[in-house]
Structures are given as structure tokens and as C-alpha cells.
Design a protein around this ligand. Sequence first.
Ligand code: PEP
Ligand code: MG
Length: 579
Amino acid sequence: MSLLKGRPISPGYAVGQAFVYGADTIDIPRYRLPPDKVEAECRRFYNAISQAKKELERVKAYVHAEVGEEEAEIFSAHIALLNDPKYITRVEEYVRSQQINVEQAVEKTITELAEMLARMDNDYLREREQDIRDIGKRILRYLIRHPGFPMSNLPPQSIVIARELLPSDLLGIDREHTVGIVTEQGGEASHVAILGRSLGIPLVTGIKGLTQRIKTGTRLLVDGQTGEVWIDPTPQEIEGFMQHKQYYDHVSLLTVAEESRECITQDGVRIHLLANIGRPHEAAQVERHQLEGVGLFRTEYMCLDEMTPPSFDRQFEVYKQTIQILGPRPIVIRTFDLGGDKQPAFLSHHFELNPNLGMRGLRFSLSAAIDLFRTQLRALLQAASLSPLLKIIFPMVMGVADFKQALNILNEEAKVMKIEKIPPVGALVETPAAVFTIEGILNLADFVSLGTNDLTQFILAADRNALEVIEDYSVLHPAVLRAIRQVIEVADRKTRPVSVCGEAAADPWTACLLVGLGIRELSMSPVSSSRVRHALRHVSYRELERLAQEALASESAQDVHKLIAGLAARHPLEEHEEK
Ligand code: PEP
Ligand code: MG
């Protein structure tokens, strides 16, 4: 047996045998065209595009019906690419100027665009590289009449192993027989990750050299919670793993059935569950999962793939749409959290040695991106007239001075717009600086939310995206927990609401620990909410309070991990009486 460790992307347990997928092996015919065949060759290209569009419309309708609106939107983006005149003209130009067959021209164009995106200093755009290549393959399939899709008919209990997968690979996959996926590449924010989660397939990425180490037919175990992959496990290991898997599958069924119930602990403490979203249509998930509202709208997602800054009108439209979908529920909208790993194409950034500690978040909004910040505040003030439950939150607050400065700018814009009623304004606490100055921040802020993703990386000096320090990056580290507790104590004393909107809230047992520390509001990716609700409904607050005290006094993240594993083990959830 050998054990590999990657990044867990989609939870669940998989037991099966490897199917090593080599999706990149389309043989491209290469030949030169006689001059009188050039026009016919271009027509062949238009025809392939129109067939690819029809197929995509079909796939989109299927995904909309079977998976959800959000996932179907991926295919709108692909259809838009097929309509993009820049792309079409470039292929035509190659055919005409170099007199090469259209398959070669498509390959050249796609490679150029994909390489350009891969070089971008921006995670979001880098991940769009996959979409470009996906589109290229689709057109090539029509041009070459490439025989059927090799993953549509897999042996039972297949665990797909690939260097990288594309969204369409995942949609054409034999869903019935695919129990897990492991890839070498692919980020958490990639479309494949979103699809994997919503299809409920355990998915692990970030294992280098995977496709060389594993052969089709190798027995594997995949743990989508920890990112562990066992190669050729022993019978005892399979048995132990199966016990975890059966329990996980059983709880999944129970939790979904329980979504309509209140999130309240056994001893009557009510916890508010909200959604983290990045696009307006995701607000529909709030109702689907019976959540109370949106606890974090990451507005910078609307900037990342834009070539021009979003105007007042465009932003207002985005906020309006979101509010309309959400109905009379609360929404916390975060001002643009740009910089770091979120660099929009339209804002030219100076080279930074360490962008995570550079021009980002509120610091960036108050300096180089000040015009964009003011426009956003105006759009938010206007949107607040549509919802009395809209709140604004500033990201990466460092203390009183920057928070005050941002607040002053908001007041100035409100004055210009002759708006008297300013919505509540909060601070994201995600830096040690904000923790140490929380008292002063809370003299000004109406509420705070703990951004545990960044807070953890800054307290522990461990990059949240780096596989190399994955063992050191843990919200369970006592230093992080003490910081969280400190913020809660001050917020309670000042009777100001405090929530958690980092990924820590999405893990059921970490969420329980946060409640034990004093948190009453958790905001998370909607798909994670049913398990969190289920866990919280089956524990008592008194027990969580004790657990939190022990965790605060612990020496290491590993010790705290043991504590929450103990909590999980003490609560075989299905055995509890329903309320
Ligand atoms: C966080 O840091 O926890 C957070 C919510 O912000 P983001 O994940 O968008 O950086
Ligand atoms: Mg953050």
C-alpha cells in the first residue's frame, strides 16, 4: 500500500479501481490547402461551430434540469466563447493566410489563447484556460468526427485519474459507474471543482505525477475530506475505510431530509445559517437549502473576467438581481476584495514579490482602486433602497484608521447622493491587526465577520493555497481559536453581532466548535449547509462550550482535531431523537 496526499475538493469516500483518462489524445490531421479550397474549409469551420453550439445548448438544458442553474451557467460561458468574433476571425485568418486545414488553425488558436490565460497572474483567469481548451476539443471532435467519448462507458466503481479534467469531461462522464476523481491539476475555484461538488463525486487534486504512478485497474481508496488516496490498500484498510464511507453516505441522506428544520442545538440555542455567494444566480441556493440569507457576497467575482471596471449601472443591476432572487432576506455585500490572488485584467498592478501581503483588500480600495471603490459604494447605497436588510462589509480591515477612512468615503458618497439612511457597515476580521484592534473597530462598526481563511494564513504564516504547508494551515490551531475567542468576547461586550464566513463554518464539527466559542451565525457555501445544520441539531451547546474551553487550552491543531473527532464520535447523528 502507498498513501498519497492531495487537496480535498469535493467530500465523500470512494472505493474502486483506477481508470486513467488520457483526454488529450485527439490526432490532428495536418495538411496544406490548395487556394480554391480555402472558402470551403472556412465553411467547414462555421458548420462545426454551429454543431458545437447546438450540443452545448443541449448540455446546458440537461445540466439545468439535472444539476442546477449555477452549473448550467458554465455552458453559457462556453457558448459565448463560440460566438466570440475574435476567436472566429483568428482561426479564419490562419486558414486564409497560411493555407492550412482548419483543425490545425483551431489547435493553434486555442493553444495561443490558453497559453495567454495560463500566464495570467490571476487564479480565476488561469482557470478559464480549461474552458478555452474544452471548447477547442469540442470543435475538433466535430471536425474530425472523433469517435465517442471514452468516459461515457466506464467499468463499475471507477475512480477517474487524470492530469486534468475539463467541465465537459465531467458532464460526459459515466455518472453511474464513477465513484471518485483524482487529478494532478485543478484549483478549488475551477468549474470542475464546482461541478464535482454539486454532482456529489469525491474529488482530490494536486497530486503530482499521479498519472505515471497509477495504472488503469489499480485498486484505490479516495478520501474527499482529507485528500488522501491509498494505492493498493490492504483488506484491513479497505474495511476501516468502508466503515467511514457507509457512515458518511448514511448521514448525507439524513441531512438533506432535515434541511427544512430549524438549526437549533439540543438545549435550545439557535444558530443562524447563511450562504456565501459570488454571483447573483447563486442566491437561489438560499431558498433551496433553507438558509436565512446571504452572509457574504464576494463581489470581486464580477470583476475578474472583465476587461473594463464594472460601471455603476452594471453593479447596480447585479445587486438588484441578487436582491430580487433573495426576496426579503438579509444580505451582506462585501466591497471588492481585489489584489492578492484576485487580480482583475483591467487594473494594472505593479509587480509584487508577495501579493498576499501587498496591495489588496481595503488597502487597495483606499489607494490605487479608489475610483472603483467610490463607484461601488454609490451602487451599494442605491441598492440599499431596494432592501432594508442590505449590509456592507469591508474586507481586510487593518484597524481603526482604515475602517474610519472607508466609512468617511461612504458618508461622502451618501451626501452627494442625498441619501440619509446609510446601511449597517461591518468589518471582516481576517488579519491579526484587526484582532488586536477589535475594540476600536467595534466602536465604529455595526457588526464583524471572521474571515477565517485569511485569518488562519496570516496568524500561522502558512499560505492557504500552498500544498506544501497544508499540514500547518489549520483553523484548529489554538492561536487561531484564541484570536476568534478574543473577537467574540469584545463583540459580546459591545453587543455587536459577530459571524464566521470563512470555510471553517462549512465543516460540521469545526462549526460546532465555533458555536462553542460563542458564534451564533455561520455563513458558508450552500452545499455544505445541510451537514452543518444536522450536526448542530444533534449536539448540546453546553457540550460545545466545554469542548471550546479545552480547545483554547490545547497545545496544537492536532490536539484540537482529536477533540472534535471525539465530538463526532460521541454523536452518531442518526441515533438522536428528532425534535
Ligand atoms: C476569508 O478570508 O475567510 C474570507 C471569507 O474571504 P476570502 O475567502 O474571499 O478571502
Ligand atoms: Mg479573505
